[in-house]
Design a protein around this ligand. Sequence first.
Ligand code: GLC
Length: 734
Amino acid sequence: MRMFRQIAGAVLAMASVVVLPALSATPAASDPDARAEQTLRKLRPAERTTLLHGLSAAWLPPPVPPGYVPGAGYVYGIPRLGVPPLIESDASLGVAWLGGRRGDKEPTTALPSGPSMASSWNPQLLQQGGAMIGTEAHAKGFNVLLAGGNNLLREPRNGRTFEYFSEDPLLSGTLAGAAVAGIQSAHVLSTVKHYALNDQETGRAFHDVLISEPAARESDLLSFQLAIERGQPGAVMCAYNRINGGFGCGNDWLLNQVLKRDWGYKGWVMSDWGAVHQLDFALAGLDQQSGQQIDPQVFFDKPLLDAAKNDAGYWARVDDMNRRVLRSIYAVGLDRHPPKLRKVDVKAHAAVAEQVALQGSVLLRNNGALLPLPGNLKRIAVIGGNADAGVMAGGGSSLVHGPDGPAALRTIGPEGPFSKMMNETYHDSSPIKALRARVPNTQLSFRSGRYLTDAVAAARQADVAVVFATQYMSEGYDVPDLSLPDGQDALIAAVAAANPRTVVVLQTGGPVRMPWLGSVGAVLQAWYPGARGAEAITALLFGDANPSGRLPITFPSSEAQLPRPALDGAETVEPGFVGRGRPGQTLTINYDIEGSDVGYRWYARQALQPLFALGFGLSYTRFDTNCSNPVATPTPQLTCSVRNMGDRAGAEVVQIYLTSMAGTATRRLAGYQRVMLAPGESRELRIELEPRVLAHWRDGQWQQPAGQYLLASGRSSLDLDPPLTLTLPARNWK
Ligand code: GLC
């Protein structure tokens, strides 16, 4: 077979012009496939790899390439054919700061973290957020945002938890798709990443995830499938790690079989930076080598051309690789809508970030209705969390700061090129300033929290104590456990002992343990709340806005509840950015322990009681929800009426869980919808259910067994109404 391919390749290479199907005259701009085909046939031999490899572009030596902006990546275009270069920035939370290397003076707006965005359960809001950061990227000269971070929060200690959305595939995939659609509406191409099962940072460059196909299809892959269907990302970024032995960027199963054959994906697969280990990744489905300087070789240039001359398989791949990149360029309009350096509406953009923080903060406890705080308190003790300086940001490639950099920085990063992006930093949104502006006649006593006695004394003399607690997370590292670092648990306990009217505001990347929970009055989870985080937190604390966030991830009561209580590799892989480990080091992670029962599904299967359940969140008002009439066609759906029973406006998130599938107990989020209601207002919702959640993946297809399906509406994965029954026929589909 190989001989045949070599002969055929030789013949093809001799034909200076490959015979392609005749095309009509210039195809319509709306037909990216035809346009790609047309450009492909015009490529000269030397141009056949131009689009297939790119530079890591934080800094490039002069003379810099056309349109270059310091960022994550740069791929040369083909000006002769009107094909633009790809000018790539990170990432999901906004235009990355890059340690200030870009040097432009225009403000940059940081969205709140992924779990914050996800806590809104509001795809429309995420589309707005995506459009905002897409516009900022376009206005800074970029035409690609390496966004759409969509790995499932399978491992709550994952250092990149703050970049991703949820432990549930339906919630994660629908939200990621919305964010991608928003970005691309600004004619900036987005990715989804990191495909797939890159669910922890420890050993990410080499760890091998073991998982059965059904388990993968029903969890992490379903999340990517939904995101791709709904967002139509121009590219998919493959992951560093191995999956069932094969590296993510050279994994024929993931790339050729699942993504391109089964899902019919027409965009291109780009590598992560430094994730290409050999040329034949091209045959496994990789279309573009990113950050080529980091790899051992620029495989996707002369070595690829040479292989194509002698091998028909490589020749055909080179055509397909170009076709995919070109098609996405045309589909997103990068050629027709080139980036344009310009000012943006900073106020409007900040308002989007603030709206996400308002809808993405989760009220976890409110004992005795301590919140909302009255506006006439005499004294509030404000303690910890660098609350005088700003609100916490996550570290690594996705870090967003404006031209003046972070409002505060604590050095914890490693030495080397990444250190500036790895340090603990804070956005310039100060809680103390925001609180002072909200209650100018209240005395605010700020204490850093570094000395317990100092904080306790301030708390004792105050009407209310507000403790800001932080858990820093960053790309390249996982957190060793789910405790609050730097002695914050002891600080909170001491403050609460001195003043039971203590409010804890969490700014964490992911779930944390709360040994002090029973002794505090209220807990507001603000995650990393972004550019206007302090203003949003203040509005929620004083009731100017009603908390409406619902958790997108389960909070375990301890690590013992996790499928893998000990973090894989924690003992054997030296911590350090990108977790490269020692040469030849291996690490196997068995995701088949939980399989597709990630997060809340695992707790339900093991009958475990977590600290807080997926979907949980309190409000300053209360709702009454009644669902009925589940029907199977056109897509399974049911009707829910929701009423706001209280005296203030608020948003409810109606969640529909599958609790039994043809007689087998399960727990799966099958549909959801957020609704904003005025006091006393009621609304009828039709909530569509995702058919693939109502099915198993078996023998290469989705299989929906015939029988009775129990569907329960709920306020969380553990707080469910009596189930409704839907009878479904047996059905199989790809
Ligand atoms: C990184 C990250 C990826 C990012 C890329 C470019 O290592 O894994 O998310 O987009 O490099 O900075």
